[in-house]
Design a protein around this ligand. Structure first.
Ligand SMILES: [Zn+2]
Length: 315
């Protein structure tokens, strides 16, 4: 069986060409991430950039300043932008060509708020992913079991949720991620859960830890509810519903990383958001279902965009 004729420049081939460009860009980002996790190679690259800069600007302050500014900007974006893939492959959203979105709840579980959120999700049949703090989950095994029993997914949001995580070494970070994964496994969810770093920040050390643990990707979000900026449920829901599109991963908080604090607006905001989703014909699923299900058929398979991004599982 041979190929008898070359295909003409059909829309399909144009789509393939676009896909190739995207794949190339993604691989380039992954290589940057690889460099971020290997400081010696990164240092060699820096020296190469400085040599090139000297070639362009001659021996002057510019030949050092320009590469320094470029490097500082790349590192700042890689660390501070939760959607950045510079230091590690990062899932930001699912396919746009369906009717699915993923509600995600961070920093719980919270003894008061999380059960309220679960009640509201159960009323509409919606599913969500709870990116839990490991030490809080381990302290509330009943709540952990309820989350899973009602069809939701647990995500790993670290054991400690240290705000100084970016200053910690790779070994500490590996232990932190593993401990939270063990708590999730003990609650009854098998395999490696999706991982979202505290505050979404990714340092080279964290990237190294994740690589050592064999995590294929980290999970960020495409739509921040800004529920960390105030406790008005109407405002939180309005912001989400104004911007939401199919494929979005929405960031909400059912808990607080600081002891004694909570997110009282979460349950009511969730109810308003779910009403708005229904009006727009959108369905909330877990992050794992968002990236592996066909929105048209409901059949479990890996979506094209997920396949292109290499996201099949989190392992
Ligand atoms: Zn958090």
């Amino acid at each position: 069986m041979g190929i008898k004729s070359r295909p003409t420049d059909t829309p399909r081939s144009r789509v393939n060409a676009t896909g190739r460009v995207r794949r190339f860009a993604r691989r380039a980002c992954q290589q940057l991430g690889f460099l971020g996790a290997h400081p010696i190679l990164l240092a060699i690259l820096c020296v190469a950039i400085i040599i090139a800069s000297v070639g362009i600007f001659g021996l002057s302050a510019w030949s050092i300043a320009v590469p320094a500014v470029i490097l500082a900007a790349v590192i700042a974006i890689g660390v501070a932008n939760p959607r950045s893939k510079i230091f590690y492959p990062t899932l930001v959203r699912g396919p746009r060509n369906g009717n699915r979105v993923a509600l995600t709840f961070d920093d719980g579980p919270d003894a008061d708020i999380t059960p309220q959120v679960l009640d509201i999700l159960a009323q509409t049949g919606a599913r969500a992913t709870f990116f839990v703090i490991g030490r809080k989950l381990a302290a509330q095994p009943e709540l952990a079991r309820r989350i899973l029993a009602e069809g939701h997914e647990l995500g790993n949001h670290s054991w400690e949720h240290s705000r100084l995580q970016n200053f910690r070494g790779s070994r500490f970070l590996q232990r932190d991620i593993k401990k939270a994964t063990e708590a999730i496994n003990q609650a009854g969810q098998t395999g490696k859960p999706p991982y979202r770093p505290p505050v979404g920040l990714k340092s080279p050390n964290l990237a190294h830890a994740a690589r050592q643990l064999g995590l294929r990707t980290m999970v960020a979000w495409s739509l921040h509810s800004r529920d960390t900026h105030g406790d008005n449920p109407d405002r939180i829901a309005r912001r989400v519903l104004k911007k939401i599109r199919p494929g979005d991963i929405i960031l909400l908080h059912d808990g607080h990383d600081l002891a004694g604090k909570s997110r009282p607006a979460c349950a009511e905001a969730t109810a308003l958001i779910l009403t708005g989703l229904r009006e727009r014909g959108l369905e909330s699923v877990t992050v794992s279902d968002l990236i592996r299900c066909s929105p048209q058929t409901g059949a479990v398979r890996q979506s094209d965009s997920a396949r292109r991004s290499g996201v099949k599982t989190y392992e």
